[in-house]
Design a protein around this ligand. Sequence first.
Ligand code: SF4
Length: 197
Amino acid sequence: MKFDKITEPLDRRLAEGLTRLAAVARQLDWQTAESVGLSPTQADILRFVASRPEGIRLTAAAEHAGIRKATASEAVTTLETKSMLRKQADATDGRAIVLKATPKGERLAREWPSSFGPIIEGLSEDEQELLYRLVIKMIRQLQQRQLIAPQRTCVSCRHFRENVAPGTSTPHFCAFVSSPMAERHLRIDCPEHKSAA
Ligand code: SF4
């Protein structure tokens, strides 16, 4: 068929499409950051720290943002100046310092609009569920290849029992809450996550 010869391979077209979607999401995130006087990196670190109320080390924040520790440190200093983050001694190790969001930083992170919201809102619930499954699969593969910082996903959690009821609508089980789980219940960032590693 002629189109088989003149069409780019599927994986390249898929990558191109995802790149464009990511660019749109990034642009929306930048606009939001700019509207509150933050750089994209500062905004990323603020939201990451706010999602860890127990406190998080600078190294983990730098890993999450994919930047050098020195760059993360500069972003944290700015966020401190703006009264959005604060440093305090780690409760588990008094010599270490953790970052925590202030009430002002927490509020800003909580109200931050989802940059992918406009991208996925046109999909049906079934389509969103299918896409969610694929996203989890991709994150898992990246984790296994150590290409992204560790994520608090079900598939890397010691409480997760995968496919213990095959063929049912809730094939998985979370031992933390002792409850069956459907694919759509799987979490990408769970506060109760305990690494299986
Ligand atoms: S504790 Fe959280 S991450 Fe772990 S299996 Fe349960 S829901 Fe998933």
